[in-house]
Design a protein around this ligand. Sequence first.
Ligand SMILES: NC(=O)C1=CN([C@@H]2O[C@H](COP(=O)(O)OP(=O)(O)OC[C@H]3O[C@@H](n4cnc5c(N)ncnc54)[C@H](OP(=O)(O)O)[C@@H]3O)[C@@H](O)[C@H]2O)C=CC1
Ligand SMILES: CC(C)(CO)C(=O)C(=O)O
Length: 293
Amino acid sequence: MDVVVVGAGSLGSLLGGLLARAHDVTLVGRAPHVERVRERGLRVTGTVETTVFPDARTAVPASADLALVTVKAYDTGAAAAALAETALDAVCSLQNGLGNERTLADALDAAVLAGTCTYGARLVAPGEVACTGVGEVVLGAREGGPSETADRVGRAFADADLVTSVAEDMPRRLWEKLAVNAGINAPTALARIHNGALLDDEAGTVMRTATREVAAAARSEGFDLSDDTAVRAVESVASATADNRSSMLQDVEKSRRTEVDSINGVVAGPDAPVNSTLTALLRAWEREQGLRE
Ligand SMILES: NC(=O)C1=CN([C@@H]2O[C@H](COP(=O)(O)OP(=O)(O)OC[C@H]3O[C@@H](n4cnc5c(N)ncnc54)[C@H](OP(=O)(O)O)[C@@H]3O)[C@@H](O)[C@H]2O)C=CC1
Ligand SMILES: CC(C)(CO)C(=O)C(=O)O
């Protein structure tokens, strides 16, 4: 499969690098990372070790079978605009947060797949990405139901030894992932702690309450997501990724804008006091850093 990865930062470089073991991959990202990949290949270190030689550039190619979108949620509109002239069969978001698939579907003619990913990734240097945890990619039709395109993409991922499943209930799964990210990302970013530190009782209460609030919001939108299912999911991800620095923690460590608007901010309001607090604190930090109005 001919795959273009739009947003070759931490996650995009890891997934693109792993896919390059079996497919033609083009990483689209920023200098100096793409230059280093062109010169010396991409080193994947950590839990998975390999060196691969994907194409790497700063602009999207004219065509591809599949575009994987791995930019931050607030950059999805720009990624969609960049892909507008690319001939594509399918595009798949593997981002966190809610609303990315809608943005892509509004802008592009290709079939849009929804995806979630619990692999951990960190761009440690230009040309080198660390796999900080082997998780799972789950993908499927963005509206739910069966999809031959999703089956084909799922097989392509599995051919590259990525732990992958194809699901027919992606809308519900995006809410479940939102519940996990709401519980892990903002608390780890604010407290500057690894995911595993949330298994501690006091911090765990914050994590579980934020997660339950998202589950309640999902149910109010008609999705079958019980508090127990959501809490089990967040505890299991925090434990499986105990040594990870969440993507939002990586953002605050680099003084970069966070994805709080499309994670905790989605449910912030009177019915979600913990998510409202987490959102307000991260937005205040972003304002102080000059990262938002
Ligand atoms: N890192 C992780 O372990 C995980 C991340 N995720 C999710 O994956 C998504 C990506 O996260 P992460 O990889 O950490 O983020 P990164 O910031 O590391 O990677 C995104 C990259 O995309 C680049 N970019 C932005 N816009 C464009 C564009 N139009 N064309 C080309 N490149 C572009 C960015 O450059 P610049 O910074 O210059 O804008 C950056 O290098 C997020 O939604 C995150 O929540 C999900 C699971 C795990
Ligand atoms: C799964 C998890 C919580 C891994 O850290 C993640 O999605 C992230 O960091 O954004």
